[in-house]
Design a protein around this ligand. Structure first.
Ligand code: HEC
Length: 134
Protein backbone atom coordinates (compact mmCIF):
# COMPACT_ATOMS: atom_id res chain seq x y z
CA UNK A 1 0.00 0.00 0.00
CA UNK A 2 1.23 3.42 -0.85
CA UNK A 3 1.07 6.36 1.56
CA UNK A 4 -2.08 8.40 1.21
CA UNK A 5 -1.83 11.32 -1.15
CA UNK A 6 -0.48 14.53 0.27
CA UNK A 7 -3.95 16.06 0.29
CA UNK A 8 -4.75 13.83 3.32
CA UNK A 9 -1.74 15.26 5.20
CA UNK A 10 -2.70 18.88 4.62
CA UNK A 11 -5.38 19.09 7.34
CA UNK A 12 -2.96 17.56 9.86
CA UNK A 13 -0.27 20.06 8.90
CA UNK A 14 -2.73 22.92 9.14
CA UNK A 15 -3.75 21.75 12.61
CA UNK A 16 -0.12 21.52 13.71
CA UNK A 17 0.54 25.01 12.40
CA UNK A 18 -2.52 26.35 14.19
CA UNK A 19 -1.46 24.72 17.44
CA UNK A 20 2.04 26.14 17.11
CA UNK A 21 0.60 29.60 16.54
CA UNK A 22 -1.69 29.22 19.53
CA UNK A 23 1.18 28.03 21.67
CA UNK A 24 3.24 30.99 20.58
CA UNK A 25 0.44 33.38 21.45
CA UNK A 26 0.06 31.75 24.86
CA UNK A 27 3.78 32.01 25.62
CA UNK A 28 3.71 35.64 24.49
CA UNK A 29 0.69 36.40 26.68
CA UNK A 30 2.40 34.84 29.69
CA UNK A 31 5.54 36.81 28.99
CA UNK A 32 3.60 40.06 28.81
CA UNK A 33 1.75 39.19 32.02
CA UNK A 34 5.03 38.40 33.78
CA UNK A 35 6.51 41.71 32.59
CA UNK A 36 3.47 43.69 33.67
CA UNK A 37 3.47 41.96 37.05
CA UNK A 38 7.15 42.78 37.53
CA UNK A 39 6.61 46.43 36.71
CA UNK A 40 3.60 46.66 39.03
CA UNK A 41 5.63 45.26 41.91
CA UNK A 42 8.70 47.43 41.41
CA UNK A 43 7.31 50.55 43.07
CA UNK A 44 5.86 49.04 46.26
CA UNK A 45 8.92 46.86 46.89
CA UNK A 46 11.32 49.82 46.75
CA UNK A 47 9.00 51.82 48.99
CA UNK A 48 9.05 49.00 51.50
CA UNK A 49 12.81 48.84 51.51
CA UNK A 50 13.03 52.60 52.20
CA UNK A 51 10.62 52.15 55.10
CA UNK A 52 12.74 49.24 56.31
CA UNK A 53 15.84 51.39 56.18
CA UNK A 54 14.18 54.09 58.26
CA UNK A 55 12.90 51.50 60.77
CA UNK A 56 16.37 50.04 61.07
CA UNK A 57 17.86 53.48 61.52
CA UNK A 58 15.34 54.19 64.24
CA UNK A 59 16.52 51.14 66.22
CA UNK A 60 20.15 52.24 65.98
CA UNK A 61 19.23 55.81 66.84
CA UNK A 62 17.36 54.75 69.99
CA UNK A 63 20.36 52.67 71.07
CA UNK A 64 23.15 55.12 70.26
CA UNK A 65 21.95 58.65 69.69
CA UNK A 66 18.75 59.39 71.60
CA UNK A 67 20.48 59.85 74.97
CA UNK A 68 22.19 62.91 73.48
CA UNK A 69 19.97 64.10 70.63
CA UNK A 70 16.64 63.18 72.24
CA UNK A 71 14.09 60.60 71.14
CA UNK A 72 12.53 63.10 68.72
CA UNK A 73 15.82 64.64 67.56
CA UNK A 74 15.11 67.87 69.42
CA UNK A 75 18.54 67.88 71.06
CA UNK A 76 17.06 67.47 74.53
CA UNK A 77 18.72 64.13 75.39
CA UNK A 78 20.12 63.96 78.94
CA UNK A 79 23.73 63.97 77.64
CA UNK A 80 23.22 67.05 75.52
CA UNK A 81 23.24 66.87 71.71
CA UNK A 82 22.38 69.17 68.87
CA UNK A 83 18.86 69.66 67.54
CA UNK A 84 18.63 67.43 64.46
CA UNK A 85 15.33 68.80 63.17
CA UNK A 86 15.53 70.97 60.10
CA UNK A 87 19.16 70.03 59.57
CA UNK A 88 20.61 71.75 56.49
CA UNK A 89 23.50 69.27 56.31
CA UNK A 90 23.77 66.92 53.31
CA UNK A 91 23.38 63.16 53.71
CA UNK A 92 27.14 62.82 53.20
CA UNK A 93 27.83 65.27 55.98
CA UNK A 94 25.47 63.50 58.37
CA UNK A 95 27.08 60.16 57.51
CA UNK A 96 30.46 61.74 58.10
CA UNK A 97 29.49 63.05 61.52
CA UNK A 98 28.27 59.55 62.46
CA UNK A 99 31.35 57.68 61.25
CA UNK A 100 33.97 60.20 62.35
CA UNK A 101 32.26 61.78 65.28
CA UNK A 102 32.81 65.40 66.23
CA UNK A 103 35.84 66.13 68.28
CA UNK A 104 34.97 66.89 71.87
CA UNK A 105 31.22 66.74 71.11
CA UNK A 106 30.14 63.44 69.66
CA UNK A 107 31.77 59.98 69.65
CA UNK A 108 32.72 58.10 66.46
CA UNK A 109 30.52 55.20 65.40
CA UNK A 110 32.83 53.86 62.73
CA UNK A 111 33.37 50.56 64.52
CA UNK A 112 29.80 50.15 65.61
CA UNK A 113 27.94 50.74 62.34
CA UNK A 114 28.91 49.60 58.84
CA UNK A 115 28.18 51.91 55.86
CA UNK A 116 24.74 50.37 55.28
CA UNK A 117 23.80 50.89 58.89
CA UNK A 118 25.09 54.45 58.75
CA UNK A 119 22.90 55.08 55.71
CA UNK A 120 19.91 53.71 57.64
CA UNK A 121 20.75 56.16 60.44
CA UNK A 122 20.96 59.01 57.92
CA UNK A 123 17.54 58.03 56.53
CA UNK A 124 16.09 58.12 60.01
CA UNK A 125 17.75 61.42 60.97
CA UNK A 126 16.22 62.86 57.74
CA UNK A 127 12.73 62.07 59.05
CA UNK A 128 13.24 64.68 61.79
CA UNK A 129 13.74 67.28 59.07
CA UNK A 130 10.63 66.13 57.19
CA UNK A 131 8.62 66.27 60.43
CA UNK A 132 9.88 69.78 61.17
CA UNK A 133 9.20 71.14 57.67
CA UNK A 134 6.30 73.63 57.57
C1 HEC B 1 27.65 62.13 73.53
C2 HEC B 1 26.48 62.71 72.93
C3 HEC B 1 26.21 62.41 71.46
C4 HEC B 1 25.93 61.18 70.89
C5 HEC B 1 25.92 59.81 71.55
C6 HEC B 1 25.63 61.45 69.51
N1 HEC B 1 25.76 62.77 69.22
FE1 HEC B 1 25.43 63.64 67.45
N2 HEC B 1 26.10 65.43 68.18
C7 HEC B 1 26.36 65.67 69.50
C8 HEC B 1 26.69 67.09 69.67
C9 HEC B 1 27.03 67.77 70.98
C10 HEC B 1 26.59 67.66 68.37
C11 HEC B 1 26.80 69.13 67.98
C12 HEC B 1 28.23 69.35 67.62
C13 HEC B 1 28.46 70.75 67.14
O1 HEC B 1 27.47 71.47 66.90
O2 HEC B 1 29.61 71.09 66.99
C14 HEC B 1 26.22 66.59 67.48
C15 HEC B 1 25.99 66.76 66.12
C16 HEC B 1 25.37 65.83 65.31
C17 HEC B 1 24.96 66.07 63.95
C18 HEC B 1 25.12 67.38 63.16
C19 HEC B 1 26.34 67.28 62.30
C20 HEC B 1 26.49 68.50 61.43
O3 HEC B 1 27.44 68.48 60.65
O4 HEC B 1 25.70 69.43 61.51
C21 HEC B 1 24.35 64.93 63.52
C22 HEC B 1 23.74 64.70 62.17
C23 HEC B 1 24.42 63.99 64.61
N3 HEC B 1 25.05 64.56 65.67
C24 HEC B 1 23.90 62.72 64.54
C25 HEC B 1 24.10 61.75 65.52
C26 HEC B 1 23.70 60.39 65.39
C27 HEC B 1 22.95 59.80 64.19
C28 HEC B 1 24.09 59.74 66.50
C29 HEC B 1 23.98 58.27 66.82
C30 HEC B 1 24.61 57.34 65.92
C31 HEC B 1 24.72 60.74 67.36
N4 HEC B 1 24.70 61.94 66.72
C32 HEC B 1 25.23 60.46 68.59
C33 HEC B 1 26.34 64.76 70.53
C34 HEC B 1 26.11 63.40 70.39
Amino acid sequence: MKRPPSSALAPALALAAALTALGGAWVLACGVKALAGGAAQAVPSSAVSEADRVARGQRFYTQSCAHCHGETGDGQGEDGGADLRGLAASNARIANAITRGIKGEMPTFRKRYDPQEVSALVAYVRTFTAAAAP
